[in-house]
Write a new protein. Structure first.
Length: 364
């Protein structure tokens, strides 16, 4: 009797339907998953703050992978991309994707005429190309090439219109291959530069590079003037101090000092072309500066032929001491000069020397 009652009790409280059993199985699985998650979460230290230096090191490692490869047995060496063998290519420290693209390019008949054309390879970026260029050595062949391992040329400085400048001129100005490509591509798609700072629309031209070349940009506008070439920005040579001169492209403190000293010895400039007489000044730099400066001739200090003594005349760059002596002697022997052309008549100066010094002479 009691056994029957016990069985009845167990059946009432501990027997489950099929759906109830399925629910218990699912519940058990969920409990097990939650226990496992709790276990693994405890293994992870979420409280440790992120170290910015680790992130920076990670970025550096990524960047290094784009510019150099440090795999064992690999290094950078001089190579000809048109002829390098597969074995030699394997030992060259450049990214694998570039090696594959090089092989694919050559298999389709591609040929490099100049080292800079190596930048045509798909996946090549500007920094990587700059790192590889010194090692590219093209042998004489189809189309010739640049000199093997030729160092980067010195930047030149001249005025340019970004809407018309050629790729060769951009290279002379210091534009990288990546910058040149993007500028020409921008123009080919109808892009136009209306202001100098529009140049920063070109990928690769950042504010730092733009400020290096900003003073050289000249863009014609509708009224026929040039942007950046208004009278307020043209420098007067006889009143400019060293700070003003340094603001000119290609003029540093040394050149500014030389210009001021030469101006003082002359008594002032009467033409911008006289800058070519400053020590170390190249013709190219003078051509560039002539469009940025002018000389106010009213500020020139004249040489008084009838009163200046020998030391005063001899200090002028356009007179020799012998000529200074002849002027004083002629003045004593034949009387004062009535006009500056008397220097020609008395055969003290030849026509070339006279034409050069004439703006400084007065007989008053």
């Amino acid at each position: 009797m009691q056994r029957g009652a016990f069985r009845h009790l167990m059946r009432d409280y501990f027997s489950f339907t099929r759906s109830e059993r399925n629910g218990m199985v699912i519940l058990g699985i969920l409990l097990l998953i939650s226990l496992l998650l709790n276990f693994f979460v405890d293994l992870i230290d979420f409280k440790r703050p992120a170290d910015p230096s680790e992130f920076k090191e990670f970025l550096k490692s990524l960047e290094a992978g784009e510019t150099a490869v440090s795999s064992p047995g690999q290094t950078l060496f001089a190579f000809d991309p048109n002829t390098i063998s597969g074995a030699r290519l394997d030992s060259l420290a450049i990214p694998v994707r570039i090696k594959k693209n090089l092989i694919n390019y050559r298999s389709k008949g591609g040929f490099f005429k100049t080292p800079s054309e190596f930048g045509k390879l798909y996946g090549m970026n500007d920094s990587l190309l700059d790192a590889i260029l010194p090692y590219i050595s093209l042998s004489a062949g189809r189309g010739g090439g640049e000199s093997p391992g030729k160092p980067a040329r010195e930047k030149e400085r001249f005025l340019f219109d970004p809407n018309a400048v050629t790729e060769e001129e951009l290279e002379k100005l210091g534009f990288s291959l990546y910058q040149r490509r993007n500028l020409l591509n921008y123009r080919s798609k109808g892009g136009k530069f209306r202001e100098g700072d529009d140049l920063m629309k070109v990928y690769g031209v950042d504010s730092s590079f733009y400020h290096e070349i900003a003073a050289l940009i000249r863009i014609p506008v509708e009224d026929g003037h040039l942007t950046g070439d208004s009278p307020a920005r043209i420098l007067e040579l006889n009143t400019a101090d060293s700070l003003a001169l340094i603001s000119l492209p290609g003029i540093g403190p040394a050149f500014a000092g030389r210009i001021i000293r030469y101006r003082r010895s002359l008594g002032g400039f009467y033409a911008s072309e006289q800058l070519s007489e400053v020590y170390g000044m190249t013709e190219e730099r003078v051509r560039m500066l002539e469009k940025l400066v002018y000389a106010d001739t009213s500020l020139v200090n004249p040489l008084r032929l009838n009163f200046a003594d020998i030391p005063t005349l001899a200090r002028h760059p356009y007179f020799t001491r012998e000529q200074a002596q002849q002027i004083v002697n002629s003045r004593s022997a034949r009387g004062p000069f009535e006009k500056s052309e008397d220097l020609l008549e008395r055969q003290i100066l030849d026509p070339v020397a006279f034409k050069k010094v004439r703006p400084y002479l007065t007989c008053r």
